[in-house]
Design a protein around this ligand. Structure first.
Ligand code: GLU
Length: 465
């Protein structure tokens, strides 16, 4: 590639950044990074009624959380109105755009008549200047819209980098309104001016924009601008093959943080949602930057798969040091009112539990009981804290009261208790787990005991005796 690659992500701030938008952002970012180019962030906020600062903040927060740092921007379309108006004026002057005084009522009449004749309803071009055509006199008191003078003949064709060749007949595209009666530019026009001014070389976006592309290409050509490459990404379906909805995980990216997913896992997951590199499933951010291309994006819809996300998250949790995870878990527990500064070392506990969790929420759930005495469910009490079990725990307590507090000796105390009572290991270890942590399963019990203090262990056993 001789040109410097420049991509952009152009969200409309009408809601949070959901997982589909995040994938578009990721692919645009990864493509720019792969080719040493620039990634531009542009906020398309011209729909004033639906845009909000809250949504802008949520988008920026999500991008930062995912680590998708941008090189330029954020640019706000609302701050670029003067520039759009300048381009509109130039187009009116050179005849690539024109004023149209057709009122909405007239348009309705035109369309009704067309339908009645069995034609496709469309603007009939009555204000479109043509050589030798006499235009009507502008009516009093009607503020005109500005329409783009779309080529009347031929077709618009581009080789989409995901979908292959796409072609539209110009006769299918009527003269698009590019400015409203109050002078404000419309969506397709702003996108074009921005992509042009920002020297975007590759437009990577959702395939819901395919129908806008021929219009945008025609406007770019009318402006004498270079037409960028386009890559339209297919949509993401839910696990059931239906359109991705909230129930499927089309929720805010930050919800994934709340639910205990690491950004690395979400990035890896999104990268594989429609793109592949051989059979690789685990792809780090660095590898993604090294490998990402548009040739291996599937043109068919990608399907969301929660199990895979969990599997990747479990992998990245294992890859993260206990020290780093401890900061996260401490924060999560603090939000629940559980203080971890006192009590067992969180780093030690994470070392014991890290391999068992698919999410950080699961990890926090498992560790909470170390800092706040758990409620033992009646079911578990009936099952595991019978008189015989409590008797065994009482014996064990006697030994634990003055054993040296390290793994080997703690393990020996449990074994000795079993030998003394002629019972098997689980008959002591399971009631002990229930008494200490309110669950029948934990990592190796001697390691769990060692991580807790003698004082806490004895107090928790006493509680059930
Ligand atoms: N603002 C548009 C959207 O959020 C994206 C436009 C584009 O990428 O060209 O869907």
């Amino acid at each position: 590639m001789t040109q410097i690659v420049r991509t952009r992500f152009a969200p409309s701030p009408t809601g949070f950044l959901h997982i589909g938008g995040a994938r578009t952002a990721l692919f645009s970012w990864a493509f720019a990074r792969r080719f040493g180019g620039d990634f531009v962030l542009r906020i398309e906020d011209t729909d004033v009624a639906r845009s909000s600062q809250e949504a802008v903040d949520a988008i920026l927060e999500s991008m930062k959380w995912l680590g998708l740092e941008w090189d330029e921007g954020p640019f706000y379309q609302m701050k670029r109105m003067d520039r759009y108006k300048e381009v509109l004026a130039a187009m009116l002057a050179d005849g690539t755009a024109y004023h149209c005084y057709t009122t909405p009522e007239e348009l309705d009449q035109i369309r009704d008549a067309q339908r009645a004749r069995g034609e496709k309803p469309r603007y009939d071009g009555r204000w479109r200047p043509e050589r030798g055509k006499e235009l009507p006199t502008p009516p009093e008191g009607v503020k005109p819209v500005v329409r783009f003078r779309n080529p009347a003949e031929g077709s618009v064709t581009w080789r989409d980098l995901v979908k292959g060749e796409i072609s539209f007949e110009n006769s299918e595209l009527d003269d698009l309104i590019i400015a409203r009666p109050d002078g404000t530019p419309t969506y397709n026009f702003c996108v074009v001016v921005d992509d042009w001014d920002m020297s975007i070389t590759h437009v990577i976006r959702g395939d819901d924009h395919v129908n806008n592309t021929p219009r945008q290409i025609n406007i770019l050509r009318a402006l004498g601008a270079e037409v960028p490459e386009f890559a339209h990404l297919s949509m993401i379906l839910g696990p059931d093959g239906q359109k991705l909805s909230k129930r499927h995980g089309a929720v805010s990216v930050m919800q994934y943080d709340d639910d205990g997913y690491l950004p690395e896992a979400v990035i890896n997951y999104l990268a594989r949602l429609g793109w592949s590199h051989g059979d690789d499933e685990i792809i780090s951010r660095e590898q993604l930057i090294e490998w990402f291309d548009l040739d291996h994006i599937t043109p068919s819809a990608a399907q969301f798969n929660f199990e895979k996300l969990d599997w990747l998250n479990a992998h990245y949790i294992k890859q993260t040091t206990p020290e780093v995870l401890a900061e996260d878990i401490a924060r999560r527990l603090a939000k629940r009112g559980v203080e971890t500064a006192q009590g067992p070392s969180l780093v030690t506990l994470i070392g014991l539990y890290r391999d068992r969790a698919s999410t950080l929420v699961q990890l926090a759930d498992a560790l909470e009981a170390f800092y706040r005495e758990p409620v033992i469910s009646e079911e578990l009490a009936i099952q595991h804290l019978s008189e015989a079990s409590r008797g065994a725990l009482a014996k064990l307590r006697g030994r634990l009261a003055d054993v040296s507090w390290e793994k080997a000796a703690l393990s020996q105390s449990i074994k000795d208790t079993c030998t003394e009572l002629g019972v098997k290991m689980p008959q002591v270890a399971i009631p002990l787990r229930v008494a200490l942590l309110g669950v029948p399963q934990t990592p190796s019990i001697d390691a769990v005991l060692e991580a807790m203090s003698r004082e806490a262990v004895l107090a928790r056993i006493d509680r059930v005796l």
